[in-house]
Write a protein of this length. Structure first.
Length: 207
């Protein structure tokens, strides 16, 4: 089983849309182990709508927490105790795209962050970063945090308008591979996402 973890430099950087595009491009199953915030729907439901994937390829969350905040706090508010053993990677046929929540140092339970969980899994990650102001600092700090825990960074995927200097600076200083950039789409649906992903990324970089 080939596993690709998709994580972000912050919340709302576009990693769910990127993860959906990636899952569609390589024919992968999708799993978000911890969802925090369910009033507006879940990322699993959003990916399912975007891709129209069969139900058995959109895996249920290990924890779906109602409160939209950091998982450790959402779990406390909801009266849930997160058991890290329940966050073991599921076994599926074919590739699996796994999406984290928030940024790499968001705490899950106790002192364990998503970066620690990725290290526990021992699989490479794709870091998703917006191209807006502040991305250099957020991206480089995220790369350092991952590498400090022995997590391999497969590469960085940008989301937003083209900002060549920022993108090149992150790649150079972070020593990471630029995988591509997903532009903002005026109309976001299965057709436009698949076309944009095919235009801006090489699926072979993920296989």
């Amino acid at each position: 089983m080939s596993v690709i973890v998709v994580t972000g430099t912050d919340t709302d950087v576009g990693k769910t849309v990127f993860a959906a595009g990636l899952a569609g491009a390589i024919g992968a199953s999708y799993w978000k182990p911890v969802q925090a915030g369910t009033d507006d729907g879940t990322d699993r439901e959003r990916v399912a709508r975007l891709l129209g994937l069969p139900g058995d390829r959109i895996l249920p969350e290990a924890y779906a927490l109602a409160t939209p905040c950091s998982p450790h706090r959402a779990a406390a508010i909801d009266g849930v105790t997160i058991d890290l053993d329940r966050l073991a990677l599921p076994q599926v046929a074919g590739p699996l795209v796994v999406e984290g929540a928030g940024g790499v140092l968001v705490p899950i339970v106790g002192t364990t962050t998503f970066a620690d969980l990725f290290a526990r899994w021992g699989v490479p990650v794709v870091l998703v970063a917006r191209t807006a102001l502040g991305t250099i600092n957020h991206s480089l700090l995220s790369i350092e945090a991952l590498r400090a825990r022995g997590v391999a960074v497969r590469g960085i995927a940008f989301v937003g308008e083209s900002v060549p200097d920022s993108e090149a600076t992150i790649v150079r200083l972070g020593g990471v591979r630029r995988l591509g950039r997903l532009p903002h789409l005026d109309r976001l649906d299965a057709v436009t996402l698949a076309a944009a992903f095919a235009d801006h990324f090489d699926r072979n970089d993920f296989l």
